[in-house]
Ligand binder design. Sequence first.
Ligand code: ADP
Ligand code: ZN
Length: 299
Amino acid sequence: MEKLFGGIEAGGTKFLCAVGTGPDDIRAEIRLPTESPELTLGKVTDFFRCQQESYDIAAIGVASFGPVDPDPSSSAYGHITNTPKPGWANTPVAPTLQDAFDIPVGFDTDVNVAALGEHTWGAAREVDTFVYLTIGTGIGGGGMVNGELMHGLIHPEMGHIAIPHDWERDPFPGVCPFHGDCWEGLANGPAIEARWGQPGELLPPDHEAWPLEAHYLALGVTTIMMVMSPQLIVMGGGVMQQKHIFPLIHQEVKTLLNNYIQSPTVTDGLAQYIVPPALGGRSGVLGAIALAQRALQAS
Ligand code: ADP
Ligand code: ZN
């Protein structure tokens, strides 16, 4: 049998699982609601067992919501660690799959794996130092530095950087349970909903929410540019489905940079620099398939 790969995007609201080799070759796909770890990981395992009757699955990759432990030498490797999501703290996601299937299992943060998907098949094919941001239930950032996925002490937590908060323009205190008005606390989807009384998907494009959102997103993006000099910034997640805020972000980042960064990419305007994911909502699950391919090669 031909070798195929399993990909899992483990999200706080849904799990996406797929079997295949890439964007043009997905043989099976399933979307499962995120329930308890026992129920959801049980359904994930059932899905891949069922697929094994038709396909030879050589390795599995997991793109997980976090925080996670991505250090292979740690005893908690492959676990979701101190998440506030009820029931999911200290869940051994990769070990559970390893025990069930006894094949190589790759594991990383949702945003690092989405970045790998975009690097392999999407918007970031030509670059090796770039950031993938998701603006959704949380704000998360991952990506690559010199072609290596970003790890470190644990993994980046770009959503929790501090950004300027003008309390007169925006008296909203923020929603982050740890920091209040950090970047995520001011600009994630739940912050939009709490500030304006309606979720972003219901606010019209001319609502005053959007210039403020673009302002906060531009502040965070500018900081990330200064810190790591990425060659590209990919912005995905539910909130970025509001495509009309991209030009607002481009304009505001340009103003904040004030001609300081002298690269044609920046001085030509930022439309080719701050971009939506080319793989749309599938960066994570496709990245997980790419991660599975890497896990097999490494084994
Ligand atoms: P998750 O964070 O679970 O992966 P999403 O990226 O879809 O899921 O993020 C969900 C958040 O994004 C919610 O707060 C929701 O209100 C917001 N959101 C989803 N779709 C849109 C949209 N089209 N426009 C603005 N906000 C949206
Ligand atoms: Zn925070």
